[in-house]
Design a binder for this molecule. Structure first.
Ligand SMILES: Nc1nc2c(ncn2[C@@H]2O[C@H](COP(=O)(O)OP(=O)(O)OP(=O)(O)O)[C@@H](O)[C@H]2O)c(=O)[nH]1
Length: 268
């Protein structure tokens, strides 16, 4: 059978990233609360570089290789997967993006009603020639925000909305997803819950009203804590409020630290 991918290409153009995108796959992620592993379904993209003289990469090998890891796909195994990708695909660099919902059981603030909150997390890893590696963990956290300006100028009420804060980090040791979520939720006007009874709803409404925040306040409050954390070598924080009085969002972004030679391109 002819192997098209193995044929020669004459255009003299190397390819930076080629591979598979959006493959759904079960993974396990370390769960701080249970001290065990949480099973979830990820959407995985895997790429390698391709030299100018090669016509095509071998797409089937990405999936075959991933399958050898099966339920071992996790934060800890990513670097091994990246190295395996380079060997299996005969490449000099490899790149993986894993997007998954991470679930945390939360109790409502007054009645203690339990429900699962989902947080979208992304792990971006890459391996380059000479063992040069990079990994970014990104966590998106929904929040409630009350506008300080609206509260100040209005005779009663203040506009409030759901927002999303995205924290991306490069780090020396392991980082718990739960710790990033907690940090962001503390910086919000109020955190978001999946279950709220009427007593809870009264509490979160008043709590948020007493704690108004601009998007600027949120990114600064999150950034201040990350700056004090020795384990974090680089971070970015974005806050987007889906404004209830506009048909556009309010947005703020900060980035700090050394993103390494790979730049801050994976920031938000
Ligand atoms: N490179 C490349 N492959 C594609 C493209 N579209 C489909 N394919 C894949 O080509 C694959 C088959 O090629 P290979 O992965 O090289 O399969 P193979 O030659 O049987 O496997 P090896 O012997 O391991 O190289 C199929 O899985 C298709 O999904 C494309 O645009 N580019």
């Amino acid at each position: 059978m002819i192997d098209m991918q193995k044929m020669r290409d004459y255009r003299n153009i190397p390819i930076d990233k080629v591979g598979i995108k959006g493959l759904r796959y079960p993974i396990k992620v370390r769960d701080k609360k249970s001290s065990g592993l949480q099973s979830t379904i990820a959407e995985i993209s895997m790429y390698v570089d391709l030299p100018h003289q090669c016509k095509g990469t071998h797409m089937s090998r990405f999936v075959q290789m991933l399958h050898t890891f099966r339920s071992q796909v996790s934060l800890e195994s990513i670097m091994t997967i990246l190295e395996n990708m380079k060997t299996t695909l005969e490449a000099t660099s490899s790149h993986i993006e894993i997007i998954f919902p991470y679930f945390i059981e939360k109790k409502s603030p007054v009645t203690g009603s339990k429900g699962l909150m989902d947080y979208t997390c992304t792990i971006i890893g890459s391996s380059h020639p000479d063992e040069d590696r990079d990994m970014v963990l990104r966590v998106a956290v929904p929040i409630t925000s009350v506008c300080p300006c609206s509260k100040e100028i209005s005779d009663f009420g203040a506009h409030n909305q759901r927002g999303e804060v995205c924290v991306s980090t490069r780090f020396k040791k392991f980082v718990w997803i739960e710790d990033i979520i907690e940090l962001v939720e503390h910086a919000a006007s109020c955190e978001v819950y999946s279950v709220l009874k009427r007593e809870d709803e009264k509490h979160v409404t008043e709590f948020a009203y007493n704690n108004p925040k601009f998007v600027e306040d949120v990114v600064r409050d999150v950034g201040k804590v990350l700056l004090e954390d020795d384990n974090i070598t680089w971070f970015s924080v974005s806050a987007e409020n889906f404004e209830s009085i506009h048909n556009h969002s309010a947005y703020a972004f900060i980035e700090h630290g050394d993103p390494g030679i790979h730049g801050g391109g994976t920031s938000h």
